[in-house]
Design a protein around this ligand. Structure first.
Ligand code: BG6
Length: 608
């Protein structure tokens, strides 16, 4: 997934495009570039590597135009290089394009264009679009773009400029997100809201098959047939200040420490005198929910781990059969769906292509879809029948933290609500759980107070080459998430396993000093967990335990312990997530990793 931005107006083009790209860097950061028009010529600057490289080029020789487009890349076709960086141009260097998405039929189109004597300079799929527009150009960029995109298959959010019409940016959306920012005597386009917020809070969200012709004093919208369309303007409620790291060295650490406030905010929004309120975009009736046959959850990455925890919660006390699927598998395995299930799509960004495709698959099967999203107005939000918002605020760090704990929290609340509709819990049990909820933020704050201890433990294990994470029951997915966090940001190999499964194979990997992170808070499977820890300890492993404070027995077994306060078993994943996040964070920092921009990753991937 990439980030694209465009600006037309009188502000300094370099700072507008660069500040936009910095705000979009979480979407991809292996190369970048900008283009503008000056005295009838295209002015293109692009470079491989982190955004700082482009910043340096522009500070040496700034753009001077009043119109420009920019791009930060997460390579899909063509390795990161100066040549493959965007903008891509046509044969005559008269048309420049930036693109987020994948042109799946680029190879066929490229062959066709080469036969027509077009000369390609890169190995990207995107360059095909520049040459197609050139091939279709008839003096009207809007028409040429419409004609060209009708030949494309895949996903494409694009912005195009041409020296022949230096007064407009033509943008088109299909499959990848694109937003227009409305200003006074200036207008912008971008892949996501953060890139616009320094200039305006007035936005228009583009839908699939829509075009925007962005001029200095007006923006016109068209559908794929070139017919003019009206679009709804929205106002963003949060400001650029929520995008700053503040006193923290990294967004990830800031977002880790924001988690108690996020949960507290949600308690205020979701619980009113013991009654549940899932927000303005939740419109399933109690009758519908009381009669759903089962739940099917589909998601990716960290969101999938939250969904997996949801399975334990829904089956645990709502007594609702729950399937959990990785979206990219759900999408293509043509799942057998009987009865009237509720399909849940869990996604922080609301733009992950695999999860969106899974949602559309469910809709194609006439199933109801409830999504858990953090980004309002995202594609998954808009295409779902209902949405529960995570209210976590913008999550910038590529490794998800506050969105994850909010996802688990929303699933927990929703499960209590369903238990009432399904009569699987009686009133006193529901009241007890609701009372327990109020204490979670404080328990999270006291867990975060152990950060220094966790840092010392990380210092001890920072040079390890392999880690295992084990957990049982509802904390097996927590082990998967702990391993993922470490992999994502420290690049150290780590695997999560159900603790009971170790003896059936993975225990063969245990040698002297293999560090094993065992998630063993007080729970219904605590005794079994102790047995599993004994099994691997007897083979020489170093045991780092996540345990409940005051647990004396675990002290004898664990080499190092990260404590959480006592809590209800089904809530424990929200608490154990914190030491696991901090452990991964400190190991990554101690290994000099770029924690917020880990290699090869992007905040959410809008290509399948
Ligand atoms: C990956 C992110 O690209 O997508 C992960 O790096 C994330 O952090 C995963 O969990 C799924 O993203 P989302 O936005 O659908 O929750």
């Amino acid at each position: 997934m990439c980030g694209i931005v465009g600006y037309i107006g009188d502000k300094d083009l370099n700072s507008v495009l660069m500040s936009g790209l910095w705000r979009l860097e979480y979407r991809g950061y292996d190369s970048s570039g900008v283009a503008s028009i000056m005295n009838g010529d295209l002015d293109v600057r692009k470079v491989e590597g982190k955004l700082m490289n482009l910043q340096e080029i522009l500070s040496e020789k700034p753009l001077v135009g009043k119109i420009g487009i920019g791009h930060t890349r997460w390579a899909t076709h063509g390795e990161p290089s100066d040549q493959n960086a965007h903008p891509q141009v046509d044969c005559n260097d008269s048309i420049a394009i930036v693109h987020n998405g994948i042109v799946e039929n680029y190879y066929t189109l490229k062959e066709e264009l080469i036969k027509k004597k077009h000369v390609f300079k890169s190995n990207t799929d995107t360059e095909v679009i520049a040459h197609l527009i050139e091939e279709n150009y008839n003096g009207d960029l809007k028409e040429s773009v419409l004609k060209s995109v009708s030949r494309l298959e895949g996903s494409f959010a694009i912005a195009v400029i041409t020296v022949s019409e230096p007064d407009k940016i033509v943008a088109y959306r299909y499959g990848s997100p694109l937003i227009v920012g409305l200003g006074k005597k200036e207008n912008l386009i971008a892949s996501d809201i953060p890139a616009l917020l320094d200039h305006t809070k007035r936005i228009v969200i583009m839908e699939d098959g829509e075009m925007a012709v962005v001029k200095k004093n007006k923006v016109e919208f068209y559908n794929k047939d070139g017919e003019s369309i009206e679009k709804e303007e929205r106002e963003i409620k949060w400001g650029p200040e929520s995008l700053d790291k503040g006193k923290y060295p990294h967004y990830m650490l800031k977002e880790i420490y924001e988690q108690p406030d996020v949960i507290e905010r949600n308690i205020g929004l979701r619980l009113h005198d013991g009654k549940f309120d899932f927000g303005e975009n939740f419109n399933f009736s109690p009758h519908e929910l009381a009669h759903l046959s089962h739940i099917v959850i589909q998601a990716c990455g960290t969101s999938w781990h939250a969904g997996y925890i949801g399975k334990y919660i829904f089956e645990g006390f709502s007594r609702i059969r729950t399937e959990v699927d990785i979206s990219s598998e759900f999408r293509y395995r043509n799942p057998v769906i009987e009865g009237e299930p509720l399909v849940m799509a869990i996604s922080q960004s609301g733009e992950t292509a695999d999860t969106l495709a899974g949602l559309r698959e469910a809709k194609a099967k006439f199933l109801k879809v409830l999504s858990l999203v953090n980004v309002r107005g995202s594609t998954i939000d808009r295409e779902s029948d209902s949405a529960i918002y995570l209210n976590a605020g913008p999550e910038i760090g590529v490794a998800s933290t506050k969105a994850y704990t909010s996802q688990i929290f929303q699933l927990y609340l929703f499960a209590i609500y369903l238990s009432r509709l399904k009569w699987s819990l009686d009133t006193s049990e529901i009241e007890e759980k609701t009372r327990g909820i109020i204490k979670i933020p404080e328990k999270m704050r006291s867990t975060l107070k152990n950060a220094d201890t966790i840092k010392d433990i990380a210092e001890k294990y920072k040079d390890a080459k392999h880690f295992m994470f084990i957990g049982r029951g509802i904390n097996f997915p927590s082990a998967l998430e702990g391993a993922l966090k470490l992999k994502e940001i420290s690049y150290i190999h780590a695997t999560g396993y159900p603790a009971g499964e170790m003896k059936h194979g993975p225990i063969a990997l245990i040698t002297q000093n293999t560090p094993v992170v065992a998630i063993a808070p007080q729970s219904s499977v605590y005794e079994k967990m102790l047995n599993n820890i004994e099994e691997i300890k007897s083979r020489g492993a170093k045991i780092i335990v996540v345990a409940t404070s005051g647990d004396k027995r675990i002290k004898e077994l664990g080499d190092d312990i990260m404590y959480i306060p006592p809590c209800e078993e089904n809530v424990s994943p929200v608490l154990v997530a914190l030491p696991l996040q901090l452990f991964a964070y400190y190991i990554a920092v101690l290994n000099g990793r770029d924690v917020d921009r880990p290699r090869n990753l992007a905040k959410s991937v809008t290509v399948e």
